[in-house]
Design a protein around this ligand. Sequence first.
Ligand code: FMN
Length: 380
Amino acid sequence: MSLSRRKTLALIGGGVIFAATAALGAVAARKPRTAQLPWASAGQGGDARHRALSYALLAPNPHNRQPWLVDLSKPDVVTLYVDTDRLLPQTDPYNRQITIGLGCFLELMRMAASHDGQRVTITPFPEGFDDRALDARPVARAVFEADPSVVPDPLFAYALDRRSNKEPFDTARPLPADKLAQLDVAVSTRFGGTVDAQDVAEWRALTHEALRIEIETPRTYKESVDLFRIGRTEVDANPDGIDFTGPMFEVMAATGLFTRAATMDPTSQAYQAGLAAVFANSDTAMGHVWLVSQGNSRPDQIATGADWLRVNLAATAAGVAFQPLSQALQEFPEMAGHCRDVHAKLAPDGGRVQMLARIGYGPAVDQSPRWPLETIIVNV
Ligand SMILES: Cc1cc2nc3c(=O)[nH]c(=O)nc-3n(C[C@H](O)[C@H](O)[C@H](O)COP(=O)(O)O)c2cc1C
């Protein structure tokens, strides 16, 4: 689930928060101290694998759970595992989205290495896989090899500027149709998109409804709420999950106006404000893009992740704001009708709609938190 930070605050606190922000200036000015440092230290390290991994961990991934662990015990090899404590069992019961995030991670690692004179050969699931659940077997084995003929991937130039933009977009600024062609950089999945006003209106309505279902289904909503990190102290302590930082959230964290308990209560102002903020995002989409894969095996999901990262970077290159809206694609029973509708529209002849995002022009947003590289290495 995604909340527009500014809107939420304005709605929950109104004038009270603005007044408190002025009074609690020092609190309001707080920013995370450590949670964004991995963005500044990307590219450092004496080992090519460390340098590539320091970028890989900046990859987009569901709910920013960062479910990646790497074993570096074999020279020149990265063995990637999933941290099974960081899955999303309610909204992602078959770990499809988590696997896509791991595909984003591998592609960013490969791109970074290509700029470091390293060819990376990736074998997904070298010991096999289970399509119903990820397990302790490796997600991928990646072999690094110095190779002066490797072609640096040009999309890598946008890795540090890439964001998921969880703010409302500017409805006064339509997207020119040629932007879609710039975003079509998928290699092994089918890219599609629309900026047509009628289509966009239908997608806005569908994504709005899907968000409503996820939030009104207590167990799927709670999965998000449990991952809320409210204010700088929580974000620095756990730089994963759904982060709320910035002046007004600092004040609300300090004054107890915005708490996990309040957001779980449908009668509370915090809950209503959260709902309104989420809809302010789906309802201001100025276009939509998606990826469809032929199959839906684990390797298909990894390949989807690689393509999704590429599309997200191409959007960054094109100056287009980008936010995945995954709810309608999710496999929990209450969503089945919307998931069917999406497939009837986008994959009438078969295939799996793996990703859907809204695009438009939006305000600049901050880097999201990350755990540092040393915390994901399980075996040096
Ligand atoms: C498979 C997948 C599904 C995602 N679904 C959503 C979503 O439904 N809503 C949303 O706001 N962001 C979604 N995201 C984006 C993540 O929330 C985002 O990547 C993460 O918070 C890190 O932020 P960053 O991309 O700005 O680095 C998704 C990302 C991936 C890879």
